[in-house]
Unconditional design. Structure first.
Length: 193
């Protein structure tokens, strides 16, 4: 059986892609931040489905940087959405590791190899390309990652390879979450009988 790969919601959100006029990645984030440089917790809850206590726990554990005057900037929101998109199929400690693997200390942007908003954009572009091709085959995923990040410029030697490896984990986890969601829906239908 071949499962069709498609994602109806924007990664890390509960938003149907049609509700945001097909915006994805940076275009979505920029739209969210039109006229403001920060969003409140309520906005994050509405778009992600994350409850306040969960987000506060992530901040307390150092997985998400503290808000500034109760406002989260675009980089923080992208970071939150990345964590949220992975958490159904990856332990939070592993998510924290993969994010540190890419960008080191969450509170220190000087050690980042890529901005969280750019990382989120790459993830969305990779998933869009996979959906357009209708595949979730590992070799094809690697090819798509290389294509999508071809414009990436390394701030330090080895950063591109590090980014490719991390993106492969992230995208594979998202594929697993898609399959898990399908299985959950099948199980829910079975329990109705």
């Amino acid at each position: 059986m071949l499962l069709e790969f498609q994602y109806k919601t924007l990664p890390g959100t509960v938003l149907d892609r049609r509700e945001v006029d097909g915006l994805s990645g940076l275009a979505f984030l920029r739209h969210l931040f039109i006229g403001t440089d920060g969003v409140m917790m309520a906005t994050i809850r509405n778009i992600s489905g994350i409850d306040t206590s969960t987000l506060q726990n992530w901040v307390k554990r150092g997985w998400v940087a503290n808000s500034t005057q109760r406002h989260y900037n675009m980089e923080q929101v992208a970071h939150i959405l990345i964590i949220n998109m992975l958490r159904s199929c990856m332990q939070l400690e592993h998510i924290a590791f993969i994010i540190r693997y890419i960008n080191g200390d969450v509170a220190d942007t000087s050690d980042d190899i890529i901005a969280d908003s750019s990382l989120y954009d790459y993830i969305c572009r990779i998933l869009d390309s996979m959906e357009n091709r209708g595949v979730c085959v590992l070799e094809t995923v690697r090819e798509i990652i290389k294509e999508v990040i071809s414009d990436y410029r390394e701030p330090i030697a080895g950063a591109k390879e590090r980014l490719e490896r991390a993106l492969e984990v992230i995208v594979t986890t998202h594929c697993a979450a898609t399959v898990k969601g399908y299985a959950d829906r099948l199980l829910a239908d079975m329990t109705k009988d």
